[in-house]
Design a protein around this ligand. Structure first.
Ligand SMILES: [Zn+2]
Length: 113
């Protein structure tokens, strides 16, 4: 799997509870807490190594804002999140479902369950 857009802002460590998905520890939280060891035991400093989770961490991380200019914060937060594309695709499939609804209402009910 190719590294996602937010990968450069996180340090990966093995997740003791889930060996298939590393923990992504926020680099700015690491700086703030004076080291990886201190940050990786604080739930507010790490997240799952998925673009979506890393993005939402950065969006609410006070340390990310502290060490970056507003401009950098905005630029980094506007990087595309791959999972978003999938979501958008699903939305367009729902549009198809609405079309389907006109065709057969009962089937549409099944579709949205
Ligand atoms: Zn952080």
């Amino acid at each position: 799997m190719a590294p996602h857009n937010f990968r450069p802002f996180f340090t990966l460590v093995k997740n003791p509870r889930n060996s298939t998905n590393a923990l992504a520890i926020c680099n700015w939280c690491i700086t703030k807490h004076d080291g990886l060891g201190a940050a990786q035991i604080k739930p507010e400093c790490y997240t799952a190594n998925r673009a979506r989770f890393c993005h939402s961490h950065l969006a609410k991380c006070p340390n990310f804002r502290e060490y970056n200019t507003n401009e950098e914060v905005q630029r980094n937060l506007s990087l595309p999140v791959p999972e978003d594309k999938k979501k958008r695709k699903m939305l367009s499939e729902e549009d198809d479902g609405i079309y389907f609804c006109n065709f057969n209402f009962n089937n549409f009910n099944i579709y949205i369950k």
